[in-house]
Design a protein around this ligand. Structure first.
Ligand SMILES: NC(=O)c1ccc[n+]([C@@H]2O[C@H](COP(=O)([O-])OP(=O)(O)OC[C@H]3O[C@@H](n4cnc5c(N)ncnc54)[C@H](OP(=O)(O)O)[C@@H]3O)[C@@H](O)[C@H]2O)c1
Length: 256
C-alpha cells in the first residue's frame, strides 16, 4: 500500500553505485524515509562496505530483472530515483511498468544525470547512448508517469581529473590536447551536489514533468580557462596541441 505521509518516501534504484549512494545519503539528510533497492549478491556479505554506506535506509532486496521485487519496492514509496548506468538505460522498462502498476508514485526521476539527450548530436558514434535515454523518456511520457529529468552535464569525476585528456589519470605537466579552439564551455558538477539538487527537486512543483538543468555559475569552464588555471597552479606553461573537430572525429573512428 502506498503511504500518504507528509514527507515523500524515496526509493533509490542503483543505491550501491556512486551516484546512487550519494542520492540515498542526500535523501536521508533531507529527512525523507529512504528505501534502497539492492541486488541480492550484496547480501552475501552482510556487513559489506556498500551496505554500511546505506545505513539509515530501508534495504529492499531486488533487481531490475526481478519484477515482483520492483513492484514491492515501488509500492512503498512516492518518489523513485534511478541511477543505473546509461548503458543499462533500457533495463528501466520493467521499473516503469511497476511504477504504472503500483499507481502511487508521484514522481519518477530516471537514470539520466548527463547532457540533455534531446539536445546532443553524436553522428552515430555513441552506440545509442542518447537514443536509449530518449526511448525511456517517450515510454515515461506515453504511460503518463509524473517525472523530472535531471540534466547535470559532466560529473567532475569524469574528464576533469585528467584535465579532459582521455587516457590520463592526472592532469598533464608538459603537453595538453585542446579540442576545437578551446573556448566552448562545459559544466562540471560534483556528484554530491547533483544528489542534493535531485532530492531538492522531488517536492518542487516547478520541476514536475519538466527538466532540471544544473549549471552553477562557478562550475562553468572552457578548456582554455581550465588549462590557464592549471598552469597557474603548477607555475608552468604547457605545450598546447589544438585538435580540430574533423581530426577528433577521425581519431575516434580510428582513421588517423
Ligand atoms: N554526467 C556524467 O558525467 C556521468 C558520468 C557517469 C555516470 N553518470 C550517470 O550517473 C548515473 C549512475 O551512474 P554511476 O556511474 O553512479 O553508476 P555505478 O556506480 O556504476 O552504479 C550502478 C548501480 O546500478 C546498480 N545496478 C546495475 N544493474 C542493475 C540491475 N539490473 N538491477 C538493479 N540495480 C542494478 C548497481 O548495482 P550493483 O552494486 O549490484 O552492481 C549499482 O548500484 C547514470 O544515470 C549515469 O548516466 C553521469
Amino acid at each position: 500500500m502506498c503511504d500518504e505521509a507528509a514527507r515523500s518516501r524515496v526509493l533509490v534504484v542503483g543505491a550501491t553505485g556512486r551516484l546512487g549512494g550519494s542520492l540515498v545519503r542526500a535523501s536521508l539528510a533531507a529527512g525523507h524515509p529512504t528505501f534502497a533497492l539492492v541486488r541480492p549478491h550484496h547480501f552475501a556479505v552482510p556487513d559489506s562496505t556498500p551496505l554500511r554506506s546505506l545505513a539509515g535506509a530501508t534495504l529492499v532486496k531486488g533487481s531490475l530483472e526481478d519484477y515482483p521485487s520492483l513492484l514491492e519496492a515501488v509500492g512503498q514509496v512516492d518518489v523513485v530515483v534511478c541511477a543505473v548506468p546509461t548503458k543499462q538505460a533500457l533495463e528501466q522498462k520493467p521499473l516503469i511498468r511497476a511504477i504504472k502498476e503500483a499507481g502511487c508514485v508521484k514522481r519518477f526521476i530516471p537514470a539520466e544525470f548527463g547532457l540533455d539527450p534531446t539536445k546532443v548530436q553524436i553522428r552515430g558514434m555513441d552506440h545509442g547512448f542518447y537514443e536509449k535515454k530518449i526511448e525511456i523518456r517517450h515510454l515515461i511520457e506515453s504511460e503518463g508517469i509524473p517525472h523530472t529529468y535531471v540534466c547535470c552535464n559532466f560529473l567532475m569525476r569524469y574528464l576533469l581529473p585528467s584535465l579532459v585528456q582521455p587516457g590520463l589519470d592526472a592532469p598533464p605537466r608538459d603537453e595538453v590536447k585542446i579540442f576545437g579552439d578551446g573556448n566552448t564551455r562545459g559544466v562540471f558538477v560534483e556528484e554530491t551536489d547533483v544528489a542534493k539538487f535531485t532530492i531538492c527537486t522531488i517536492d518542487d512543483p516547478r520541476t514536475l514533468n519538466n527538466t532540471l538543468y544544473l549549471r552553477p555559475l562557478g562550475n562553468v569552464y572552457s578548456m582554455n580557462e581550465l588549462v590557464d588555471l592549471w598552469e597557474k597552479k603548477i607555475n608552468k606553461f604547457l605545450n598546447k596541441i589544438y585538435i580540430t573537430e574533423e581530426q577528433l572525429l577521425k581519431n575516434i573512428e580510428g582513421k588517423r
